[in-house]
Design a protein around this ligand. Structure first.
Ligand code: SF4
Length: 440
């Protein structure tokens, strides 16, 4: 059922889940806008006629949030507030048949690689010439750059390869073109994202090319910060660390989800690395890139994890002292390798372990932040809120890491610009500061 004459309709795109899904929504919006279709991104105050929900299907909570969002728009459709409802993204890729049966009020479901088919519903074709020209929905001074799609790793708990397919790197030229386009539009900070950024290039160039890619991106004028996310520890490309150390505009920052610390659990989780090799890698990273900020993510409550294994994770965190840390509780996902294992850790105990881990991290982060007092740091000012300018250092990624607070009642700064900030105080997960005026 095609929507004849869709150009005059207002389309609202709603994005669930991660930054990679956000980039997909941005590509969709870019295509629709280029075809003169009135499209918004998550605008609550705009009466839209057609809604596209770009879903997440990663873990239980995320799946439920996507289903609730779809049902809210089904209700809006019943009330005649919207006319068409389309669903795309990971949940739709993974559970299309079930969704078509259980929520038939949705006009059509699309997978993660069905953009052309979705555009057909608007009587428009996918415009290849727009490749590299992406309208972003993030603050104008930073943007995500998705360097590859999918993943070839066998991690036991992860459903992402089921939804995103095998690893597919985007060509270096295409990424440089897109980054240059973004820089011309005022982007100063590029966040490199993928399912596994360190695998970049193997499928396309038969060799790891992350270092070369970062080196090429570092040559783009006006890009002041390049930030590396989603690095995988096993087979880490050392040359990327040398490139990071040698280029001022590559943040001394790495996001490297490790998921666990006990070699027994890393084996069960099929991570292809041991505790000893993980510690050796972290030591190498800190030696090759002095002062680097390391972010990691841990997964607690995986089948087979005993109290002793969890204690080993705590011991590892206390020993390594990560600058930034996030934690997930294990979600039993059908279709993953772990689905065949017994989900041994009770839900309440999973959450207790996650809470204990973050308590330990709060004290580590607090102590590390104390060491920043008296320092002058380069800070990007993201926004003004509750009487403060809110910014980030090169050790902080948007949405997930620490922030720097500057009193807006006393100081005047420009959002979207870099400022030198003298750190006057520290909180467990934030810093307090004031503009550095040479005598402060
Ligand atoms: S690296 Fe592992 S956890 Fe990450 S997306 Fe791939 S399979 Fe999932």
């Amino acid at each position: 059922m095609k929507t004849k004459g869709t150009r005059k309709y207002k389309v609202n795109v709603v994005t669930m889940g991660c930054a990679k899904n956000l980039v997909d929504s941005e590509v969709l919006i870019t295509q629709l806008k280029a075809n003169k279709i009135n499209v918004y991104h998550e605008k609550d105050n705009v009466q839209s006629d057609i809604v596209i929900v770009n879903t997440c299907g990663f873990i239980e909570n995320a799946k439920q949030e996507s289903i609730d969002t779809i049902l809210n728009f089904v209700k809006a459709k019943k009330q005649g507030l919207i006319q068409k409802l389309y669903v795309t993204g990971c949940l739709s890729q993974r559970y299309r048949e079930e969704l078509e049966t259980e929520i038939p009020q949705v006009d059509a479901y699309f997978g993660t690689r069905d953009l052309p088919a979705l555009l057909k519903r608007f009587n428009v074709d996918y415009r290849h010439e727009l490749l590299g020209e992406r309208l972003t929905s993030t603050r104008s001074h930073y943007a995500y750059l998705k360097i590859s799609e999918g993943c070839d790793r066998p991690c036991s708990f992860c459903a992402i390869p089921l939804m995103r397919g095998n690893h597919r790197s985007r060509p270096v030229e295409e990424l440089v073109q897109e980054a240059s386009f973004l820089a011309e539009r005022g982007v100063k900070e590029l966040l490199l994202i993928a399912q596994d950024s360190t695998y970049y290039g193997i499928d396309l160039y038969n060799t790891r090319m992350l270092g070369k890619l970062m080196d090429s991106l570092a040559k783009i004028d006006r890009i002041e910060w390049i930030r590396l996310h989603y690095a995988f520890p096993a087979g880490f490309p050392e040359d990327a660390l040398h490139i990071m150390a040698d280029n001022e505009n590559i943040c001394k920052y790495i996001d490297m989800p490790l998921q666990h610390a006990s070699s027994k659990m890393l084996k069960i989780m099929r991570r292809g690395i041991t505790r000893e090799r993980t510690e050796a890698l972290i030591e190498k990273i800190r030696n090759l890139v002095p002062g680097i900020g390391i972010r990691t993510t841990m997964l607690v409550g995986h089948p087979g994890e005993t109290g002793k294994d969890f204690e080993e994770m705590i011991d590892f965190i206390e020993k390594v002292k990560f600058d930034r840390l996030g934690v997930f509780t294990y979600s039993h996902e059908e279709g993953t390798h772990s689905w065949s294992l017994k989900d041994t850790v009770p839900k309440r105990e999973k959450q207790r372990r996650a809470d204990e881990l973050m308590e330990v991290q709060a004290s580590i982060s607090g102590r590390l932040n104390q060491q920043r007092i008296g320092k002058i740091l380069k800070v990007i000012i993201d926004r003004k809120e509750n009487g403060h300018y809110i910014g980030r250092t090169e050790y902080d990624s948007p949405e997930v890491d620490n922030e720097v607070l500057i009193d807006a009642g006393v100081h005047k700064l420009r959002t979207g610009e870099f400022s030198s900030i003298f750190i006057t105080d520290a909180l467990p997960f934030d810093l307090i500061g004031k503009p550095h005026t040479g005598d402060s």
